[in-house]
Ligand binder design. Structure first.
Ligand code: HEM
Length: 344
């Protein structure tokens, strides 16, 4: 899977080199990384190399933009009538995406020779024995749904983890330097040896500290399945609950007085909880049975892309950056992230 990530990331960095050599020093890295992460997740989920893969990717992006505008009414009674035009558009795009993915699955079925392509769809098809004769078989419909879930769950979140990382590394050049040194020692300048990734420890601390300060998934949701009593408060059966992850991650009573500071080393001796006094105080990937299934994949993508970026460029804040983290489903920089990018 990791090898599928290198090409889109390298293409992005080559594009940056071209922009810089044409005199453009400032790059909106949020937009760039989001596009690249979308390409990566599309490749790792259903193989972008297929000619229909590109079309699916474009339509998924369009559907996401449309859903952004209508999603806030999910769960609101008659909510789908509040933005009927957007809803209709999203439904239409949804059908088109399904058809494109079904055609990819159909084409793979036709040319199936028992050796799957190295992406999620290939693995699912291999596991599900598409002829339906043995084992646990997934229908084509279920395969389509799995691909879509991975795309929506895994593309923007990872992009935002990288985006906020570049902001914090620009503000803390000493950490930029430390990570570059670690990359030099662990990976070197050669082609990336993915088996060495587990040794990028400082990069892991940085990732966790970024997810703590700017959690791309700012809340988790649950529904009470029975009346729940918390001290004197009764939460009635059926209540939808939003767990405010941002508030938890910034609570000085469980994190201490330095809660708002960027201190990746807090994860050095306590890699799971970063020294937080409460075991439910650090929830970037949720918790329990519904915890994020993509957390290992995201860690791999984070390391691949950040390694490639830090080996080639240094980053500092552009005077045009306006700090405005905003919750639009995910936690995003409202005005993008323009950075001054310099080749090393
Ligand atoms: C930094 C990156 C990511 C963050 C912050 C993140 C965060 C989350 C959170 C908070 C949840 C809800 C957990 C809960 O309710 O307890 C979740 C669920 C999920 N995530 Fe991620 N995620 C990330 C990357 C990914 C990636 C790369 C993928 C897929 C390739 C992915 C796929 C999913 C799926 C399928 C679920 C639903 C799991 C279920 O309901 O059983 N995520 N994620």
């Amino acid at each position: 899977m990791a090898s599928l990530m290198v090409e889109p990331a390298t293409n992005m960095l080559n594009r940056w080199t071209t922009l810089i050599s044409c005199g453009q020093a400032e790059i909106d890295v949020e937009r760039e990384i989001t596009t690249t992460a979308g390409e990566i997740i599309a490749r790792t989920s259903f193989g972008l190399s297929h000619q229909n893969g590109n079309k699916v990717f474009e339509k998924l992006r369009a559907a996401q933009t449309t859903l952004f505008n209508s999603n806030r009414y999910v769960g609101v009674p008659f909510g789908k009538w509040i933005c009927p035009k957007k809803n209709l558009e999203a439904t239409k795009l949804g059908h088109e995406i399904d058809q494109l993915l079904l055609s990819i699955i159909h084409a793979r079925k036709q040319s199936w020779d028992g050796s799957p392509q190295k992406d999620l769809l290939g693995l699912l098809m291999e596991g599900s024995h598409l002829d339906g004769r043995s084992g646990k078989s997934l229908t084509a419909r279920e395969l389509v749904d799995e691909c879509k879930t991975f795309f929506f769950g895994g593309h923007e979140t990872t992009a935002l983890a990288l985006t906020w990382t570049l902001l914090l590394l620009s503000l803390h050049p000493q950490w930029q330097h430390q990570l570059r040194e670690e990359i030099k020692q662990v990976i070197g300048d050669e082609e990336i040896d993915f088996t060495r990734f587990a040794h990028l420890k400082k990069m892991e601390w940085v990732m966790k500290e970024v997810l703590r300060l700017y959690s791309p998934a700012p809340n988790a949701q649950r529904q009470a399945r029975e009346d729940i009593k918390v001290d004197e408060l009764v939460i009635p059966n059926g209540t939808n609950i939003w767990i405010d992850v941002v508030a938890l991650h910034h609570d000085p009573t469980i994190w201490g007085g330095d809660v708002n500071e960027f201190r990746p080393e807090r994860f050095k001796d306590d890699s799971l909880y970063g020294g937080c006094k409460h075991k439910m105080g650090f929830l970037p990937f949720g918790f329990g049975g519904r915890m994020c299934v993509g957390r290992n994949l995201t860690m791999m993508e984070y390391k691949v892309v950040l390694t490639l970026m830090l080996r080639r460029f240094s980053f500092s804040i552009s005077p045009n950056y306006r700090h405005s983290p905003s919750i639009m489903l995910s936690l995003r920089p409202k005005f993008g992230l323009p950075l001054i990018v310099k080749p090393l």
